[in-house]
Ligand binder design. Structure first.
Ligand code: NAD
Length: 362
């Protein structure tokens, strides 16, 4: 299926609205999911819709939540997302951080109990668009998926990390990745016929490496994938260094924010929440913005001038791949594997979306 972003947004919004959100919230969730597809992160795109619908039905996600500020100083705040959609509660926490950093030069915001907040790069981009540097440590309470360096048992979430830097005259510089070798959504996409994952991305209980989604999900059927059915784990990226960064995401994003760490399980099975500790810096409190930009641009040119390792290859800066994908997919449409599309259509029908609203069905 190749579908234009506008059409996909409308369809996804129809699904969430039929599942019980307001139209405004449904459109907001759809916008962020489709943005993930546009940037090339299909793992955090509309493939998530069936799971969100299921979580909404089971009460793990609550529609229409207004987050509360639990503690506050001029440069800090603790925001409780109260299990609302990450796409609803996270922008409120990020906006608070932006306001505080704009006023004081620096801010730290702890977000707890947000449901899945999607592609962390969205939040970095939001801060960069406001002229701020942003650093995010994120964890996933209740989601045990990743084996630490030296172990085979799941002891970490995919705990993403993101750094965003505003530089005028170029796409936002955004480093944004899961600390697992691959994001869980990439295993999900592979399990549905999409891009394969590397052959050493997963680890079985006996310590052997695997690239088969069954290692994480168990035998694959047509229904939703549940990591609880699999016996293996995703490996942390970058040996002991990635495992150490993931550990810090759990400590800062999970333990310090009050979200709770990925395990041992503190809440009911099935409910996952993202915790995010974010730092926002106004560059001009450190140096003349023009001087910073000139130094950064000189470095970027130097970095990219490295001779390619492979013929026809190229050195990219963080965020460059996403900017390219956005341009290409924005123009040509978003490709979705048949299995992903079938699961989204099934989720749409399960909440009563009429065939006349399902692209290609009527
Ligand atoms: P990834 O492995 O695709 O890495 C993305 C990062 O690497 C980006 O900064 C990108 O610009 C950079 N990059 C990509 N190709 C490059 C190249 N050729 N040269 C240089 N840099 C390059 O990302 P991932 O680990 O699969 O994560 C995907 C998404 O999943 C992220 O947006 C992340 O925030 C999200 N995520 C969210 C959660 C959650 O609980 N909400 C959990 C895990 C991951």
């Amino acid at each position: 299926m190749l579908i234009h972003a506008d059409r996909l947004r409308e369809f996804a919004a129809d699904i969430f609205t039929a599942a019980g959100t307001s139209r405004e919230e449904g459109e907001r969730i759809a916008r962020y999911l489709v943005e993930a597809n546009l940037t090339g992160h299909d793992s955090h795109g509309v493939v998530r819709a069936p799971r969100y619908v299921q979580w909404l039905k089971s009460g793990f996600i609550v529609a229409g939540v207004t987050p509360t500020i639990e503690r506050e100083t001029p440069i800090t705040a603790v925001v409780d997302g109260k299990y609302g959609f990450g796409q609803t509660v996270t922008p409120i926490a990020v906006r608070l951080g932006i306001e505080k950093a704009k006023a004081s030069g620096l801010a730290a915001i702890a977000l707890r109990n947000s449901s899945h907040l999607g592609r962390v790069g969205d939040w970095g981009e939001m801060a960069a668009a406001a002229g701020l540097v942003a650093i995010h440590f994120v964890n996933v309470q209740g989601s045990l998926l990743v084996a630490p360096f030296g172990g085979v048992d799941r002891r970490l979430s995919t705990a993403p990390y993101c750094v965003a830097v505003p530089l005028p005259n170029r796409a936002p510089v955004i480093l944004d990745f899961a600390t697992s070798y691959v994001a869980e959504g990439k295993v999900l996409v592979a399990s549905r016929g999409g891009k394969k994952i590397p052959a050493d991305a997963l680890i079985r209980p006996d310590g052997t490496l695997s690239g088969e989604p069954e290692t994480l999900y168990g035998p694959l059927g047509a229904g939703d994938r549940t990591p609880e059915n699999g016996e293996g784990a995703i490996r942390a990226f970058g040996l002991h260094k990635g495992s150490g960064l993931a550990f810090m995401c759990e400590i800062l994003g999970g333990a310090l924010t009050g979200n709770g760490t990925c395990g041992p399980r503190e809440q009911e099975r099935g409910r996952i929440t993202n915790g995010m500790l974010s730092f926002y810096i106004r560059p001009d409190v450190i140096d003349e913005p023009a001087a910073f930009v000139a130094r950064a641009e000189r470095f970027i040119a130097f970095y990219k001038s490295s001779r390619p390792a492979e013929a026809g290859g190229e050195v990219l800066v963080p965020g460059e791949m996403e900017a390219r994908n956005r341009a290409e997919r924005g123009a040509k449409g978003i490709p979705l594997p048949d299995d992903t599309w079938a699961s989204i259509v099934a989720a749409a029908r399960s909440v009563g979306v009429e065939d006349t609203h399902i692209p290609g069905a009527a």
